[in-house]
Design a protein around this ligand. Sequence first.
Ligand SMILES: Cc1cc2nc3c(=O)[nH]c(=O)nc-3n(C[C@H](O)[C@H](O)[C@H](O)COP(=O)(O)OP(=O)(O)OC[C@H]3O[C@@H](n4cnc5c(N)ncnc54)[C@H](O)[C@@H]3O)c2cc1C
Length: 152
Amino acid sequence: MVNEKESSVYDVVIAGGGPAGLNAALMLGRVRRRVLLADSGQPRNAASAAVHGLFSQDGDDPARLRRIAREQLAAYPSVRLADTAVESAARAGDGFEVTLAGGETARARRLLLATGLADELPAVEGLARLCREGCLPRRDNDQHGPASRPVT
Ligand SMILES: Cc1cc2nc3c(=O)[nH]c(=O)nc-3n(C[C@H](O)[C@H](O)[C@H](O)COP(=O)(O)OP(=O)(O)OC[C@H]3O[C@@H](n4cnc5c(N)ncnc54)[C@H](O)[C@@H]3O)c2cc1C
């Protein structure tokens, strides 16, 4: 968790801690870059109970994969995780200055946007519930298991 209020300097600030941001942090940590990974914790696939199409992890819980990734990042001391949103970012000299929710500021040589996509559902009553229960925007995902029908 973020508890410093002063501005810190990083090589890279990553906005977003889904698969894209976590993998970027892993690679940067391996080459000892100072990294701040800020994640607001609302992954696009939150409605999904299982990951599919990812080799060796087919059917696994997406939240579990993110948890394992975060645990493995602990082996890289130059990577710091912050469970908070990047609220704003601006050019500052040769790099960037970001402000996190809560007011902390951080400077970085590079800013990596890994914020994913957000699905904006039409204002149809009950649609959000249906999406949680299986009416998904991706036909190839949860509905396409070993027992499902062929895609037509
Ligand atoms: C229902 C559903 C099921 C899916 N199932 C699969 C599947 O089985 N296999 C597969 O390969 N793909 C699947 N996908 C696609 C999958 O969601 C994406 O491949 C994957 O989540 C993309 O990863 P990402 O890191 O780009 O984005 P996300 O996983 O969406 O992560 C983005 C993160 O950035 C955070 N964020 C956003 N704005 C900010 C900010 N300003 N500051 C800090 N953090 C921020 C969000 O809170 C979120 O945690 C599915 C998608 C949906 C909708």
